[in-house]
Design a protein around this ligand. Structure first.
Ligand SMILES: *Cc1c(COP(=O)(O)O)cnc(C)c1O
Length: 399
């Protein structure tokens, strides 16, 4: 049996003809940019995420850029975020001319260590950009308290956390702006790229809307240097069909995570992600392989150390790499989110974060492995993952 990390076949079957109908309707309407389909999605998405406004755009990356620009963040400003995330988190900060300032993550949650944030605040700090990584919500009450104490703005990176909430309130509705991605593997995926900015402030919503259309408040009047970043009507049509399923899909992710936690608990040398708070949306189920999965022997004999660790001054990842390789040999595909932290990427060499500057982030990149988790993962497939992992972590290495 093959178990993919992500597969849409089943979901497409479940949605039946609804997607075809919705897409054909847009195609035949001739209204491809803006219009009722996009408006309907923006209204429903705002309601689903507890925000006054949702502005559709081209991608999650653009959502971050538009939110940062809408909030007036630019050259000379610093934005505090984490390095254990997808590259776009920091790239967006740089794209508006500001500087990302990285703080380490918490080993237990994989999320930005809020206790280290205050030490990173300087007179240039303008905003905090927490990432709800892997679908787990950051403690937004603490984030908002820090922001209030220092007069900072808050932009939430919700790309992996559509459908997640903190303390019963959806992510993206806490900060000044929430940035969502509809990349196909996210909790709510389009048939291509898409994203949205959510916010409560009317004026900010208007600024973001204008920036996304060439800084143009009305046709051919340009009051700002903007951008072209819109959510296509075709993508909005797909999202309109899928949005009503979001809640049950997120619940299903939670159930799969619980099964993994029950069945893989207690294995030596395999660390499971914490259950986390209610409101975790489980975009990824990320285990850690800190030591050789099989005791009394060494992975280094069995696999060549990943090029990554040496080339980027990162801790050795041999044990994790061994498990990934053996899982693949048994038909279980896994993904490493993320093998090189943002602060050690060549593109950010100029920021000067050397090896060991964010020790927990660096160690996690050498240890993490994401097991297959998506709503349509069949029980038999999950059982297969469990059995293969159990067998590998228990049995001695082949000679
Ligand atoms: C996917 C992702 C983004 C970017 O979203 P795109 O739609 O791919 O541009 C930003 N931040 C995080 C944490 C992501 O996972």
């Amino acid at each position: 049996m093959q178990v993919p990390p992500f597969d849409l076949t089943e979901q497409l079957q479940q949605l039946g003809d609804d997607l075809d109908t919705a897409v054909l309707q847009v195609l035949r309407s001739g209204q491809y940019i803006g219009g009722a389909t996009t408006h309907t999605f923006e209204t429903s998405f705002a309601a689903a995420t507890g925000s006054a406004h949702a502005i559709g755009c081209n991608s999650g990356t653009d959502a971050l850029v538009l939110a940062l620009r809408g909030l007036g963040i630019g050259p000379g400003d610093e934005v505090i975020t984490c390095s254990f995330s997808f590259f776009a988190t920091a790239e967006a900060i740089s794209a508006v001319g500001a500087t990302p300032v990285f703080v380490d993550v918490e080993e237990s949650s994989y999320l930005i260590d809020l206790d280290q944030v205050e030490a990173a605040i300087t007179p240039a700090t303008k905003a905090l950009l927490p990432v709800h990584l892997f679908g787990r919500p950051v403690d937004m009450e603490q984030v908002m308290a820090i922001a209030a104490a220092h007069g900072l703005q808050v932009i939430e990176d919700c790309a992996q956390a559509t459908g997640a909430s903190w303390a019963g309130r959806p992510v993206g509705s806490w900060g000044d702006a929430g940035c969502f991605s509809f990349f196909p593997t996210k909790n709510l995926g389009a048939a291509g790229d898409g994203g949205a900015v959510t916010c409560r402030d009317d004026a900010l919503a208007q600024r973001v809307r204008e920036l996304a259309v060439h800084g143009m408040p009305r046709r051919y009047l340009h009051t700002n240097l903007g951008y072209n970043s819109r959510l296509d009507a075709l993508q909005a049509a797909v999202l309109n069909v899928k949005l009503p399923h979001l809640e049950s899909w997120v619940q299903r992710r939670g159930a799969l995570a619980q099964t993994y936690r029950q069945q893989l608990g207690g294995l030596p040398n395999l660390r499971l992600p914490e259950a986390g708070p209610a409101g975790h949306s489980w975009n990824q189920f990320v285990v850690r392989v800190p030591n050789c999965p099989v005791s009394q022997t060494s992975c280094a004999d069995q696999c060549s150390p990943a090029a990554n660790s040496a080339d980027f001054g990162l801790p050795e990842s041999c044990c994790r790499d061994w498990l990934k390789q053996e899982l693949q040999a048994s038909g279980v595909s896994t993904i490493i989110y993320y093998p090189i932290p943002i602060h050690r990427q060549p593109a950010y060499a100029e920021l000067g974060y050397g090896p060991g500057s964010l020790p927990i982030t660096e160690r996690l990149t050498a240890e993490v492995l994401s097991l297959p988790i998506f709503p349509e993962l069949r029980p038999a497939q999950q059982q297969r993952v469990v059995e293969v992992v159990q067998a590998l972590v228990k049995q001695p290495l082949a000679a």
